[in-house]
Ligand binder design. Sequence first.
Ligand SMILES: NCc1[nH]cc(CCC(=O)O)c1CC(=O)O
Ligand SMILES: [Mg+2]
Length: 333
Amino acid sequence: MHLPTPYPLARPRRLRRDPFTRDLVREHHLTASDLIYPVFVLDGHHRREAVGSMPGVERLSLDLLLPVAEDCVKLGIPVMALFPVIDQSLKTSDGQEALNPDGLVPRVVRELKKQFPQLGVMTDVALDPFTSHGQDGVLDEHNYILNDPTVEILVQQALTQAEAGVDMVAPSDMMDGRIGAIRRALEAKGLVHTRIMAYSAKYASAFYGPFRDAVGSAANLGKADKKVYQMDPGNSDEALREVALDIAEGADMVMVKPGMPYLDIVRRVKDEFHVPTFAYQVSGEYAMLKAAAQNGWLDHDAVMMESLLAFKRAGADGVLTYFARDAARLLRA
Ligand SMILES: NCc1[nH]cc(CCC(=O)O)c1CC(=O)O
Ligand SMILES: [Mg+2]
């Protein structure tokens, strides 16, 4: 960087003088095409349940989700991410309902792709909505989450989703080697178009609390945590090693999660690998901003847009956010 011209020859405020100049020199922009909209889907008909800790977010049955998908198309949001809320009676220690080709997720995928072929659909590859203990994998007798047996199940889950026609599978479990195993299995079945969005750097974060309420895994998880597979919040170099492995194993896109407290990781990943890089503005981040806005302590729309722009500035190509529809609506206005 060259030395700046000294004041008064340089007056940086000249470029902030009026809206047209600020528009002209702005380096980063948010558009609707940067957004991925996560939704919670339930079995049944005409079901709509509010998520208490996530104002404005609802669990919806498929019939009520279809108008939401249509809204995403209208708003120019390219992708919807599905998170299932599975009935307690279907949860088992090995999460086998995740492999049911007629289960909730495959049924929703088939219908969404039939009705809105132009809307990208992404599904989560992870067992936590399906397990009786709320962990993302199967346990040994000491309640340690086993890697390789879990990966075998995740491969079958990803195949089930891909065969239902999903566009992108997104493994969010943090087992080692799952990207490669899923990629090989997809290729072996001729499913060469299925994109893999790898949650490569996913931290063991306290910001996931409201999500675990939303999918109903919080009660099952109890006091347990996910620190033996999700990353330690103190680590940064390790995120680069995780991303390197997932790219080598066949990931098309990588994800950093959570978002706002981890923008340094987004920047390092983008600078190091130059691959499509995404960030997840998770449930706890959404809840914080919503709660403050509801109290009148923050300006809702202003902090929403500023938080999303910050992801772009940090190097993210897109953001998975519960604000996606609100933001897209504002961008269109
Ligand atoms: N497979 C688990 C999963 N997938 C998405 C989220 C959290 C997303 C959010 O907080 O919005 C989690 C939570 C967890 O790891 O317990
Ligand atoms: Mg990994």
